[in-house]
Design a protein around this ligand. Structure first.
Ligand code: BDR
Ligand code: CA
Length: 316
């Protein structure tokens, strides 16, 4: 059984990623590292703790990661993030405060320690900026060859970005960290907007959860309905809200859900395209490629599995 670590800026689709990671039998969620992005890092950690408790999983430890990129002195939440996820990150829904605190160990050290403990059995799923993972690699470069796989939600190759015409939000928060991750020898899968904007949820699904009449079902329905409403304003062409982060979790344990291109990728770190994910021209002729870029997805299969797993989890 794989050991999974989520690195999240919890956030509504991050909240769905937590639920999916708990529900999937193929892997064990051994910890959550928090990141900044949709909310500040402390808020992300608190949201993760609250959600784990709501879902009856107090055993999963939560670690605080870095609060901003290495090139900035602090981080401020973008107005668009607050619009999509709510100021509290969970659609302004009030969640019961968790009964336990975050772990004392730093999230970066937890990533390093887990790489040494679990080696190829370890899957890391970052669904926020790549600041923590890049910092872990900087501190202990040996982990790159130890970790089984990193399946990240971020970037866009065949479609436009969602922050600028060429940049996706997670990569945009810290292009330098992302470039470091993409240019490392990590076994990497990129689950970007190319596929995540093809897996959508509507109020049809959230009504199923609400009808369960459990606290988890009702809270998750309220949280996701906020996200669905926000998508009606920001991305009306989609007809639903994008399941960005849970799709990355699903692909991590079931890679056949997507078809991929084998590439060596880079992230532009300078204007005019800072934050763009694109093929690395300096490594284009290397025989070995390091990134699998998801370009197509079996939407029906994913949605069926997603709904089945979450409905079952929320029924408890
Ligand atoms: C990504 O950005 C965040 O707002 C979401 O949680 C997701 O991880 C989508 O671009
Ligand atoms: Ca996220």
């Amino acid at each position: 059984k794989y050991k999974m670590i989520l690195d999240l800026d919890t956030g509504i689709d991050d909240a769905l990623a937590i639920a999916y990671a708990l529900a999937t039998p193929e892997s064990e969620l051994i910890g959550i590292v928090s990141s900044y992005g949709n909310v500040l890092v402390e808020r992300a950690a608190q949201n993760s703790l609250n959600l784990l408790e709501l879902l009856g999983h107090k055993e999963v430890p939560v670690f605080t990661g870095l609060s901003h990129s290495s090139t900035t002195s602090h981080f401020e939440v973008m107005p668009i993030s607050a619009q999509i996820h709510g100021v509290n990150g969970v659609g302004e829904v009030a969640l019961k405060k968790a009964s336990r605190p975050v772990e004392k160990m730093n999230g970066v050290d937890f990533l390093i320690e887990s790489a040494h403990t679990y080696k190829k059995d370890l899957i890391i799923v970052p669904t926020g900026p790549l600041t923590n993972l890049a910092a872990a690699i900087n501190k202990d470069p040996s982990i790159v060859d130890l970790i089984g796989n990193v399946t990240l939600m971020g970037g866009a190759l065949t479609v436009p970005g969602n922050v600028t015409p060429v940049t996706e939000a997670n990569i945009n928060q810290d292009p330098i960290a992302a470039n470091q991750v993409f240019r490392s020898n990590l076994n990497l899968t990129m689950v970007g907007l190319d596929v995540t904007t093809r897996t959508l949820l509507t109020t049809n699904e959230t009504s199923t959860w609400r009808a369960l009449a459990t606290t988890a079902g009702e809270k998750y329905a309220d949280i996701v309905d906020y996200y669905i409403e926000a998508y009606k304003v920001t991305s009306p062409h989609l007809g639903g809200c994008a399941l960005h982060d849970p799709l990355a979790v699903a692909v991590a344990v079931e890679p056949s859900l997507v078809s991929t291109l084998d590439l060596n990728m880079k992230v532009d770190t300078k204007a005019p395209f800072a934050g763009r994910t694109i093929g690395d021209e300096t490594r284009i002729n290397l025989p070995a490629t390091h990134t699998k870029v998801a370009v197509n997805v079996n939407t029906q299969k994913f949605l069926a599995e997603f709904m089945q797993s979450l409905t079952q989890l929320f029924s408890k």
